[in-house]
Design a protein around this ligand. Structure first.
Ligand code: 6PG
Length: 216
């Protein structure tokens, strides 16, 4: 079941995503004193992360996880951790994948971290035009999937580490964030429920939020 939340344009929907996260953080912190959220990499969420980084939140009560990471050093320009840290700043409590380890150990260590905070309260995901989400690429092997994390090789041959589909779908709220005409076709396929990783993500209650500026 999809819940579409639309914006007029990239700036408007980016702001709406940021506001949703800020409100969810307040809600969960009021109830249980913490908010556990996983953030996507890529380019779509950058304006949202910029807004979050400038927002008043109870930062010490928020744990940020990554939906996935490129298997590169954390200071590499391709690193999702580096991008997110850059926008949220040093005040944010971010749990990076330790990509200095052998890739299966990287996943095992992150699985141990996730177990201490599962289920997450909110996961923000992007989607590629091929229908991937996080680093779960269609027609590819998701190695050592232990129900929390897995590792893969993306179409460019770059190794990636990722939350598993099962773990994503254990979360209290899951959202896909797609903007721009280039994502219209894949958004239509997701809504049709085609056999694509991005069409398989949903929260534990069966709902998936879709944030978009596409007038679908
Ligand atoms: C990554 C992301 C990935 C991303 C999609 C969409 O590591 O790149 O986690 O899953 O969300 O590729 O990327 P864009 O937002 O740049 O279109």
């Amino acid at each position: 079941m999809y819940k579409l939340i639309r914006g007029e344009n990239f700036e408007d929907i980016s702001r709406k995503v940021a506001e949703h996260i800020i409100n969810k953080a307040k809600e969960h912190i009021n109830i249980k004193g913490s908010f556990n959220i996983a953030l996507a990499g890529g380019t779509t969420p950058v304006e949202t992360y910029r807004i979050l980084g400038e927002s008043e939140m109870e930062w010490d009560k928020i744990n940020f996880f990554l939906t996935d990471e490129r298997y590169v050093p954390l200071d590499d320009e391709r690193s999702n951790y580096r991008m997110i840290r850059g926008f949220l700043g040093e005040k944010a409590n971010i749990f990076p994948f330790d990509t200095s380890k052998e890739i299966r150990e990287t996943c095992r260590l992150y699985t141990e971290v996730l177990k201490k905070h599962a289920p997450l309260d909110f996961i923000l995901l992007g989607a590629g035009t091929d229908g991937h989400t996080a680093s779960l690429f269609p027609n590819s092997v998701w190695y050592d999937d232990d129900g929390y994390t897995c590792w893969t090789v993306d179409p460019t041959g770059l190794k990636r580490v990722s939350l598993s589909l099962k773990f994503i779908n254990s979360s209290k709220e899951v959202a896909l964030f797609l903007t721009g005409e280039k994502k219209r076709s894949i958004l239509e396929k997701i809504l049709k429920g085609e056999n694509l990783p991005a069409a398989k993500v949903r929260s534990a209650n069966g709902e998936t939020i879709i944030f978009t500026d596409i007038d679908i």
